[in-house]
Design a protein around this ligand. Structure first.
Ligand SMILES: [Zn+2]
Length: 493
């Protein structure tokens, strides 16, 4: 949370935050964007390099077709218009891990623009605009610590140099840290669904910078913004934005002015620090990359790539609600990952009552997985097993209490539901004379309830069913007990 600031809620209320996000996503291609070097993460330092990605004089870049296809697919998933002809540009700046002295990126004619996604907000929806999506190469990596001579030197690993990225720039449409968090969560979900990136933040496959400003409520003109860089989790980004909003309000309230600058977030201290004054676009002296032709994505290519676009999370949730009769909340939980959603749908389609499957997955399966720190892929009970158990409860063959016991046994023994059920399956009492005997006993033991039932309080039937089930240790078929009880209670025999 925004520690280290002293802004009261009343003062905070006077200002409106304005937030825009820049998200860098690494594309899951096997090779780099302008050469054939591997993009494999974790290779020995400086082993995946060649004259092109080392920036040696005279080496010429050749564009990776797969990277373009992935970038276009992502653009389509984010509702962007893809430009037929886009231009690569040189962005000139010096970094020790950027040996060419420039980065090949895109500038005024980027691959795609005018997109949007819809975040869920207070029970409603809010559209967040996407200004543009462009392709670029990643730089190398400076290593300041962790090596034997780190106290004396900074080392450079150029394996990452030339890794294909897309940068997705949002409109300044977000008005709170929570909206920014929701945007990033949905963005990651959509990108994961397209399969163009693994969005692994620890490995740097997804990185985010936030532009933050505040303005007095009612004022149209934006305030001066700062950029927060290098935050490595969504939670920290939310915290960093909250801190930065309060910091800016404090500066303005005490009569100061916001400096346009780049700031770094320190997550252990929960505050941002000034890093450098922000470069303007002209500082980078962008110009069209002379070593690459304009990139043309014609209508045929667009249509061909669009065929690979899967059903996206939001559309899927709406369909699932309609198709299986589950709630919006169920759909939200069950689409937390594409894998979970795929598995749930397999089970829901196989089972008699999809809503029951949805309930079982959420209450019985996910609860047990969470308690053991397991992912859905590590579940001993397969979705087929969940579907089977749902049908057994549905038909009355087992009670929900027995289902819970069987789930516990499956988790304890690391077995699927079918195996446990076959071994442990309750010997059902189908002998009606045995059930009848128990019913007679229960009726004899509870004259008061019998009287109530006969006086018209038929809801008390559940009490009798419960008593009989208890006496049979859950091994009688509830439907049968129900039917027989009604008869006995009515006739008084
Ligand atoms: Zn290379």
């Amino acid at each position: 949370m925004a520690s280290g600031t002293h802004v009261s809620a009343a003062v905070r209320e006077k200002y409106e935050p304005v937030i825009g996000l820049e998200v860098h996503v690494q594309l899951l291609t096997a090779t780099k964007i302008f050469c054939g070097c591997s993009t494999h993460f974790g290779a020995p330092p400086n082993s995946n390099v060649c004259p092109v990605c080392l920036g040696l004089p005279g080496a010429l870049p050749v564009l990776n077709r797969r990277a373009v296809e992935f970038a276009v697919l992502a653009a389509q998933a984010l509702n962007c218009q893809v430009r037929e002809t886009s231009i690569f540009a040189r962005k000139n700046y010096f970094y020790p891990d950027l040996p060419k002295g420039y980065q090949i990126s895109q500038f005024d004619k980027s691959l795609a623009e005018h997109g949007h996604i819809q975040i869920a907000l207070n029970g409603g929806k809010k559209k967040i605009g996407i200004t543009r999506l462009h392709m670029e190469e990643d730089a190398g990596k400076s290593i300041h610590d962790g090596l034997a001579d780190s106290n004396a030197y900074t080392s450079i690993d150029l394996n990452r140099s030339g890794t294909p990225l897309i940068e997705i720039v949002s409109e300044p449409d977000m008005r709170s840290a929570d909206e920014a968090y929701a945007y990033l969560t949905l963005m990651k979900e959509i990108i994961l669904y397209t399969g163009v990136s693994d969005c692994n933040m620890e490995e740097g496959s997804l990185r985010c910078d936030a532009n933050v400003s505040v303005r007095p409520r009612g004022q149209e003109k934006f305030g001066t913004k700062t950029e927060i860089k290098n935050v490595n989790s969504f939670r920290f980004i939310r915290d960093a934005i909250e801190y930065e909003i309060d910091r800016q309000i404090e500066v303005i309230e005490s009569g100061g002015k916001i400096q346009q600058e780049t700031r770094l977030y320190n997550s252990s201290e929960g505050r941002t620090y000034s890093m450098r004054s922000k470069e303007q676009a002209h500082d980078y002296r962008y110009f069209p990359e002379p070593d690459l032709l304009p990139l043309v994505v014609d209508a045929n290519s667009l249509a061909a790539i669009r065929k690979n676009l899967p059903e996206l999370p939001e559309a899927r949730r709406q369909r699932m609600v309609a198709e299986y009769g589950i709630t919006d909340y169920d759909a939200q939980v069950l689409t937390a990952s594409k894998r979970l959603a795929d598995q749930f749908e397999d089970a829901a389609r196989a089972a008699k009552n999809p809503k029951r499957v949805a309930n079982l997955v959420q209450s019985e399966l996910m609860g047990r997985l969470k308690a053991r720190g397991l992912e859905i892929d590590q579940s001993p009970i397969s979705m087929k097993g969940v579907a089977m158990s749902a049908d057994l409860v549905e038909s009355g063959a087992i009670s929900s209490k027995i289902l819970k016991d069987l789930y516990d046994k499956a988790f304890a023994g690391g077995e699927d539901f079918a195996a446990v059920y076959e071994r442990e399956k309750p010997q059902q009492i189908t002998d009606t004379s045995e059930i009848e005997k128990i019913i007679d006993e229960v009726i004899a033991r509870n004259p008061k309830q019998v009287e109530q039932y006969r006086a018209g309080k038929t809801t008390i039937l559940g009490f009798f069913v419960g008593q009989v089930m208890k006496a049979t240790k859950g091994q009688a078929k509830p439907e049968l007990v129900n039917e027989m009880l009604k008869k006995h209670l009515a006739t008084g025999s």
